[in-house]
Design a protein around this ligand. Structure first.
Ligand SMILES: [Zn+2]
Length: 319
């Protein structure tokens, strides 16, 4: 499932899912990006209540082209959700009141080229106009030396992909009474980390109390969950974080309205530790390779993704 050819099978799967459920999922073609002669669409999915003020959950993945597993977890969740929706009428009434929006593959050229950055060598998670103001890790926090090196921030402002994510989130989430988003990554450490802002600063996150209440709800609902939950800067600080930027943009327009952008960083070192040979595969550092471990990863996060979706409805419990 994780093997891939010169095209991006995950994009085909997004189209297939949208088509199979076109009675309630809308596929949005948000723009395209190219590498060489090939152009790839950036696809968005939208379902549920279209009133801009409806509480909204955003699911994002594939910012980094090597971290395919994030997209796979997201799509596994959507497939389960669509099956549940077909037989459980409670989901019908949930989506009459709330909205789900998603971009499952933010960086298609990175997927096609099997690399972290986009085709222009820019790390999309270092590209937003946000400057970090604390202790930085040389290079890793974002650099402007060269697009031949990782963590390159770019020189021409926003990349197409960053702009598309920003516009999509603004259009579908900024006017919501309450919004929660999750962006799925893999690669850092032995633990699955659930991060919230800030990534660029050690300052207190303005919606910290809402995060605390939501996390408390999660922890009482799922006392045996696997996550280490912390502001991202506890692990490391970066320039150009998309979610710091979008949260700030959101608050400029809707000061105080709750918008909680979470990032899931699946700890890929545990997969590598159990199967060291995968170190020698191009994407082995960032994805589970063995079949049983892949399956375990697909089911491991379903309850988190569903909890966050469910939480936007009764948002008064945490906002
Ligand atoms: Zn990543």
């Amino acid at each position: 499932m994780l093997r891939h050819g010169p095209f991006v099978p995950e994009l085909v799967e997004v189209e297939r899912l949208a088509e199979a459920h076109s009675n309630y999922v809308r596929l949005e073609n948000l723009g395209s990006v190219t590498t060489g002669q090939t152009s790839f669409p950036i696809l968005g999915l939208v379902m549920g209540n279209q009133d801009p003020s409806a509480p909204t959950y955003g699911l994002f993945a594939g910012v980094h082209g090597l971290e395919r597993v994030g997209t796979h977890v997201l799509l596994a969740f959507l497939r389960t959700l669509f099956v549940k929706r077909a037989w459980d009428p409670e989901w019908e009434s949930f989506f009459e009141k709330n909205r789900l929006v998603s971009i499952p593959v933010i960086n298609p050229t990175g997927f096609a080229l099997n690399r972290r950055s986009n085709a222009r060598g820019v790390d999309l998670m270092r590209n937003a106009p946000v400057e970090a103001d604390g202790k930085l890790l040389l290079g890793v926090s974002g650099q402007t030396w060269s697009h031949h090196l990782p963590w390159y921030r770019g020189h021409d402002g926003l990349e197409i992909e960053t702009k598309i994510v920003g516009d999509f989130v603004e259009r579908h989430m900024f006017n919501a009474k309450a919004a929660v988003s999750l962006d799925l990554h893999s690669g850092f450490g032995m633990k699955d980390r659930l991060w919230y802002p800030w990534a660029h600063s050690a300052a207190v996150f303005p919606h910290g109390p809402s995060v605390e209440r939501l996390v408390q709800l999660f922890e009482t609902t799922y006392p045996y969950h696997v996550y280490k939950i912390e502001p991202q800067h506890h692990s490391y600080m970066t320039h150009g974080d998309i979610w710091d930027w979008l949260y700030m943009r959101h608050q400029e327009k809707h000061l105080g309205t709750p918008y909680l952008p979470f990032t899931l960083e699946m700890g890929s070192w545990m997969w590598v530790k159990k199967n060291p040979m995968q170190m020698f595969m191009a994407d082995g550092f960032f994805n589970p390779v063995k079949k049983h471990r892949y399956a375990r990863t697909m089911r491991r996060h379903l309850h988190l993704l569903e909890f966050l979706l469910r939480s936007v409805g009764p948002y008064s419990h945490w906002a």
